[in-house]
Write a protein that binds this ligand. Sequence first.
Ligand code: MG
Length: 245
Amino acid sequence: MKKLVLLLALLPAAALAQTNPLPKPELTEIWSPVPPKVEPGKAPGQPPSDAIILFNGRDLSGWESAKGGPAGWAVENGELVDVPKAGDIRTTQLFGDMQLHAEWMVPVLPPERKGQDRGNSGIYLQGLYELQVLDSYDNPTYVNGGAGSIYKQSAPLVNALKPAPNWQTYDIVYYAPRFYKDGTLAEPARVTVLLNGVLVQSNFPIKGPTEFRGIPAYKVHGDGPILLQAHNNPVRYRNMWVRKL
Ligand code: MG
């Protein structure tokens, strides 16, 4: 074998081309499995045919209080609205790896509502990892606490917000963390987020469950809900859907 390799190395390029023609194009063609067909949404952001609709625009079916019991948010104008003291709500269905689309809106708030008090909510992936919702269009706060941040972990790459009261869109690709059998972390969760179609998180390795104080630390878990944070701000959501990956 070594002699052959040596011989090939000594051959002029032209001779080598004759003895080593390019492989047939078929060599790198893959024909199966054939990807399943998915009917895309009628317009960008609309759910494709294999999406699970999280909010039906009429009532809170599929949602519950994060403390258990009925979800306390309101449904108005086909939108899901955080009402004072209602508490966090979560989907009854549980998810792991997913593509998630959500639209949210913060109404125009008085100027004294500043920083983290200006339209605060959040989408917790698997009920644990917060993608921040905030009117941080023109509202200074810590950069890893603005809209598009993985709260207290990763600032958005850019501020791609529209001013209130525009609707904002999140398109999220999320891979759940993997754990060894003994419960220790094998691979962190990873998240990619587009805010209004603009990349704000690029395959970010999540450090652990969102903590307001202190350093996050993973604990073993399985599939989890999508949780919406209540922060006594009248934040609205609509057109929320998931594709399991
Ligand atoms: Mg929040």
